[in-house]
Design a protein around this ligand. Sequence first.
Ligand SMILES: Cc1cc2nc3c(=O)[nH]c(=O)nc-3n(C[C@H](O)[C@H](O)[C@H](O)COP(=O)(O)OP(=O)(O)OC[C@H]3O[C@@H](n4cnc5c(N)ncnc54)[C@H](O)[C@@H]3O)c2cc1C
Length: 303
Amino acid sequence: MYDSVIVGAGPAGMSAALYLVRFGRNIALVESMTPGGQVLLTSEVENIPSIKEIKGYELADSMKAQLDAYSYDYITEQVTSIEKTSSHFILHTANGKTLLAKTVIIASGARYKRAGIPNEVEFTGKGISYCALCDGNFYRNLPVAVVGGGNSALEEALYLARIVKEVHLIHRRDSFKAARIYVDKAKALPNIIFHTDSVVEDVLVEDMVKGAIIKNTKTGATEKLNVEGIFIYVGMQPNTEFIPQELERDASGFIVAGLEMETNIPGLYVAGDVRVKQYRQIATAMGDGVTAGCSANHYLENE
Ligand SMILES: Cc1cc2nc3c(=O)[nH]c(=O)nc-3n(C[C@H](O)[C@H](O)[C@H](O)COP(=O)(O)OP(=O)(O)OC[C@H]3O[C@@H](n4cnc5c(N)ncnc54)[C@H](O)[C@@H]3O)c2cc1C
């Protein structure tokens, strides 16, 4: 019986694990892939306070090495379900393993939905991005495009407009799902150019993205945009296929947590991108992980 089992070895899960091992807790960290999570999908990270710049894989290795100085079980398995009994949790994995735990921390992250445009997968990190806060700075004074019409797309367009030369906002409808205030603010900025009823027909590439061809879905007319970056915001999906039914979620499936990362199930905590939150970043995931680790420890003390 573990004091705590943590699901997911991204920044949130590894931060939670670090705090729990330092509290002397007997823990298992379960990860289905390589430790690091989404950090492994980014080449350069430049926005972790106190670290000027670091490669994604170096950050992942460094988090894991710090943890490996302590005694804990690292298990490469995919968690497929979690059951709550009256006294503890039972976790099942894809390979038929069963883990027992007094507390569980879900830190399984989220994934960006793809827009399905040409070259999207191959050029992610080479001009295609899903995160303006992460990558916007690489496009300082350059023209970029934003794809989407919801709050995230509009918020990111507004953020980018402050640092890039111009933002081409491409949205397949002529009305926006985003709050009116964001649309009005974007329309008031001279460097946000609206392309409604439009879709990305092609992404022009050399070694990096060099432009986009957009098509008006009503007239069929095409236009070439000289953009160096394309930011896609068509939604994000939490990795929650294995969580208990009774765990409270929002309409998009993200897990609802209180300030101390507690959920509606006592002893079950959540951290990082998988929970309902506004800013999904490495530093915020680490902060969540620290809080969840401390909360799980507090729960165990009061058991
Ligand atoms: C391309 C890209 C670039 C980014 N750049 C930056 C940046 O520059 N700066 C920044 O601050 N943020 C950046 N981000 C965002 C940042 O990486 C995330 O906010 C952060 O990694 C979230 O951490 P997490 O631990 O919550 O989740 P994740 O990093 O998603 O980790 C979750 C882990 O859980 C594992 N997992 C999921 N389900 C299961 C299961 N059932 N069983 C076992 N394991 C499971 C996954 O394999 C994964 O390893 C970027 C994201 C992307 C995609």
